[in-house]
Design a protein around this ligand. Sequence first.
Ligand code: ADP
Ligand code: MG
Length: 610
Amino acid sequence: MSDIIKILPDNVANQIAAGEVIQRPASAVKELLENAIDAGADDIQLIIKDAGKTLIQVVDNGCGMSETDARLCFERHATSKINEAGDLFKIHTYGFRGEALASIAAIAQLEMKTKKKSDDVATSILIEGSQVKEHTSCSAADGTSIAVKNLFFNVPARRNFLKSDATETSYIIEEFNRVALVYPEKSFAFYNNGKLVSKLEKMPLRQRINSVFGHNYGERLISIDESTTVADIKGFIGKPEFARKTRGEQYFFVNKRYIKHPYLNHAVDKAYAELIPEQSYPSYFIYITIDPKNVDVNIHPAKTEVKFFDEKTLYSILKAGIRKAFGSFNITPSIDFDVDRALDFGATVFNREEGIKFPAVTINPDYNPFRNNPHSGISDETSKQHDKNLKNWETLYELGKEISANKNTDEKNEAQKEIPMEYENASFFCFGKKYILTPMKSGLLFIDIVPARERILYEKFLETAENQSPVCQRLLFPKTITLPPADAELLSDIMKEMRLLGFDIEAFGKNTFVVNGVPSDLLDEDINETIERLMESYKKNQLEASCEKKINLIRSLAKNMAARTDLKLTDETMQALAGQLFASSMPDTSPSGKKILFILSNEEIEKKFK
Ligand code: ADP
Ligand code: MG
């Protein structure tokens, strides 16, 4: 048999390797910024156009490269940062693999100008798809400027895989912030589509955090400072009262490298337990310095995980450090009196002399929850709604028979066909504030309230958006809201869709918005919290399923509103909920895929007594 193995040509190998290192414009930004830092620069500019798809340029005043190095740096495994394998265990630079520039040059048109202070002239190199097109001398300032144009020009599949400009830009902003937050002693500038969007002078860390996140952010922070033999932990944590509903500013840096670390994050959560409401996230900027021997950063360049050799100790130090920081600011968890109150029986204390009285239950056999009760005290408007729901039930009752007899439409699923038809003189019970139960001919119907509301709200908002008939309730006092930069970029991007749902929001300076009006259902809500939650689920949906902006927004809004816990479960509301649910296109599954209802059949119930 003839030999079949071939060595891939360099440019093909480079292109394949590039895919691992550079997945999107933000990855190139990260690599270029890190190279500038490794080169000792203390003034760095980032310039992007069209979310980095047209241009990403980083200009630094670092050490520059000689003419030979300027050519060599584009070779794979060309690095000045390690000399021997042993160096791997004491890395103090970001780079060491010598892959980034080779990768970027394989998938873009790249122009570099670089000059060492000790050299008289600068070198200019033009390289495209790994091919050097030009290599000349030129004049330039000390340092390096690298312009990456038309990223993925020769890998269309990658280009198509990119998200919207707003999303890609938000990833770039995040990379920029991660570097800016580690080097307050360096100055940075960020230009987006020709506009200077961020200028950060050299400043102390608290002020740097303040400049990145704006609006007296620094005042929300408490400093943390723990020095131990295992590691030093410094930085800032947010005062508990500023915890947000969006997982915004949570930063761990290890030896100046941004990392994600669920286990350490858990230590923070534990330290904040009882100080902040459930499902809110504290902000933190935690800088861990640890001997490189005790941490493994030799991981995939595009990933942000590291492995500590002694995680448990670090966990305890971090948690204790945060607690100590709270202590010095007189913030300590208070006892939750609500919990204790549940144990206070008060006047209902059992009285031995009286004996046990069973509660009396009177049943009105004529009761029909669908009959309009003139004495119920419900307003005209509610009563009209009530009529409509009643009609829904009746129509569905009839329709159900028809549907099951005639056809099998896709939208009207099994449960919908069965349930309304079988529905029989219902009364509704609420169970555990979570479920609505109602007896039927064939058994007992259980409705899970939260996903049911999610389905109803989803369809309602969808209809509003599609008919372009939002009802916007103007706020008496407009509210301002400041978001983390990446969230702010996203919110600007979905402003049009927000308007379709009845939000009246305007941009108002850096990362800040003014909310003039909201959909009428949201009038009683904490607006800041609602928008933060909304952004949080929007981002989550974006990661999980790439759906249309409008649909994502509607899904997020419905999900958040459905989770409200202050719902009063009266006969009317339970009935209205069931009515609206069965009038929806898919009563048994919520838009996020959760089961809404099931029937415990008569047979199953009977079996339980056997
Ligand atoms: P690594 O950073 O892993 O060494 P890169 O491909 O990112 O690999 O860079 C290759 C080499 O090019 C670096 O080791 C460094 O010597 C040089 N280099 C890259 N960017 C710069 C820069 N901005 N200033 C000076 N030298 C640079
Ligand atoms: Mg590098």
